[in-house]
Design a protein around this ligand. Structure first.
Ligand SMILES: Nc1ncnc2c1ncn2[C@@H]1O[C@H](COP(=O)(O)OP(=O)(O)OP(=O)(O)O)[C@@H](O)[C@H]1O
Ligand SMILES: [Mg+2]
Length: 485
């Protein structure tokens, strides 16, 4: 007697459905967000302008039910009956947008749920629905991929995917899950959300979350582009050429360094660093990529990098069917890594320097305050037009000037700024050791030296251009002497 559950007997089938359906549940989606991204990708590719996600815990069930509803072009009966088949795609091996494998919808769905239904509608034809049920298939039933009539829908066309019995979602509270998804999907789809896509989760519209932080203003300042964007041209498998675009951003250390820890974490300053890789405008991974031998350090939170490519370059980025993470080819690494690594090292050094500057300025505030207190008793500083300015406030900062100059002075409104030249021999010989003195007599010595400079700067501004030559000669002579020490 033939046993229809005996895999060995079904020689005409390529896969043993009852086993395959269980095996495919382990298709490697790292989390709920990356699995949901397959559905959102499909909705966007179907031209949807609105996508509504709902997550609910059913009254009598333990496991949540998740629904993704869109107003895209929907599917006709033939497409719908194909969409839950593994390899069933209306765009197999296409490189125009997200979809290419015909695996995303069924594999992502089963990675999270034991039951999936897809309903679609177009124009005046009634809505149709197909379903896959893990337990029924394991028990030997054929998949219910023949379309049945479904409940009508309110939009002219669209698609609704429902995951039931989501037994793979690890969560304690629905609110926590919602927050996590808002953050992850807000980052992954930031380009589309900024471009007008309405993506909601349990009726709450998602906001774009850009790790580059260039439009996130905190204390009146946002991150800025660190360099002009870079572009690398690579060969595609069909002999064409396509571009990889790379941008780096620097976070404003001087404005944001003293934010409290919670704000830093919430706003993504801490924990939001790393390299974000976008495929066709959607983030597929966020972490430490293409940085050669450079290890990640805390300072690296203060610069960001975005690498973008189109699916034509999938082979170089090692894109697999679940479209999460990258495995760069040797050619890609050769083209990008050396430059990206050296930029990363340079940005790290810049951040380190910015933190040094911040520390330096905080300490220099003592002498600046002392000078400001003394200022009202001093004669006004001439502005070169016969009248005077004062009382002055003071600022000491660091900068890079020609090695001969000890410092540069500028008077803006009523603030006298002295910029110490880090490349003059006096910087390592005099200021750097002074910075190390943070207590008692050390602070007094430091203050006395800084006041010497501030008073010199004030006198030189007051005396006009005549003193420039003297200061330049003095700076250079002092530097030469120090070099003999
Ligand atoms: N929201 C949707 N609206 C319209 N058609 C859809 C939608 N979701 C899926 N489809 C159809 O179902 C097919 C299968 O989707 P699936 O995600 O499995 O594969 P794909 O998108 O073609 O490729 P990939 O595996 O790379 O995602 C698609 O090719 C498309 O025709
Ligand atoms: Mg897809």
């Amino acid at each position: 007697m033939s046993n229809r559950n005996d895999p060995a007997r079904r020689t005409e089938e390529l896969v043993v459905s009852s086993n395959f359906i269980r095996a495919v549940r382990e298709s490697g989606y790292v989390n709920l967000a990356t699995a949901l991204a397959e559905l959102i990708d499909n909705s966007i590719q179907a031209g949807a302008s609105e996508i509504d996600l709902t997550i609910a815990r059913p009254k009598n069930g333990v496991y949540p039910v998740i629904e993704v509803l869109d107003n895209g072009v929907g599917m006709d009966r033939r497409e719908l009956e194909l969409c839950l088949k593994f390899g069933g795609s209306s765009r197999f091996d296409g490189r125009e947008s997200f979809g290419r494998f015909g695996m995303g919808l069924p594999a992502a769905s089963l990675s999270q749920a034991r039951h999936v239904e897809v309903a679609a509608w177009q124009g005046s034809t009634p809505a149709l629905v197909v379903a896959l049920d893990v337990d029924a298939i394991v028990a030997g039933s054929p998949p219910a991929l023949r379309a049945r009539v479904a409940a009508p829908s309110s939009t002219p066309s669209g698609c609704r995917v429902t995951w039931r019995i989501c037994d793979r979602i690890d969560y304690q509270r629905l609110g926590w899950l919602e927050r996590y998804l808002c953050r992850e999907l807000g980052r992954m789809y930031r380009r589309f959300l900024s471009g007008g896509l309405k993506l909601s989760l349990n009726n709450r519209l998602l906001e774009p979350d850009d790790p580059m932080m260039m439009s996130k203003f905190i204390k009146g300042e946002a991150a800025t582009l660190a360099f002009a964007p870079l572009a690398y041209e690579l060969r595609t498998p069909d002999g064409g050429l396509a571009w990889v675009h790379v941008r780096f951003a620097s976070l404003p250390v001087h404005r944001w360094h003293d934010l409290d820890k919670i704000t830093k974490r919430r706003s993504g300053i801490v924990g939001g660093g790393g390299i974000s890789v976008l495929r066709a405008g959607r983030e597929i991974t966020h972490g430490w990529h293409l940085m050669g031998g450079k290890r990640r350090e805390n300072y690296d939170d203060w610069w960001r990098c975005e690498i973008e490519f189109e699916p034509a370059l999938d082979d170089h980025f090692g894109i697999t069917i679940n479209k999460q993470g990258i495995r760069p080819s040797a050619e890609l690494r050769e083209a990008l890594e050396p430059e990206l690594e050296s930029i990363a090292r340079m940005l790290n050094a810049r951040v380190r320097q910015s933190f040094e500057d911040v520390k330096f300025q905080a300490a220099a505030q003592i002498s600046c305050r002392v000078a400001a207190t003394a200022d009202p008793d001093l004669p006004l500083v001439g502005d070169g037009r016969g009248s005077g300015r004062g009382p002055l406030s003071y600022r000491i900062s660091t900068t890079q000037l020609t090695p001969d100059l000890l410092f540069a002075t500028s008077l803006n409104d009523s603030t006298l700024e002295v910029q110490l030249n880090v490349d003059h021999p006096a910087f390592p010989a005099l200021y750097a050791p002074l910075q190390g003195l943070s207590e008692g007599a050390g602070v007094q010595l430091r203050t006395a030296v800084e006041l010497l400079l501030l008073s010199l700067a004030r006198a030189s501004v007051d005396s006009g251009n005549g003193t420039d030559q003297l200061l330049a000669r003095w700076s250079s002579t002092y530097g030469r002497m120090l070099q003999k020490v």
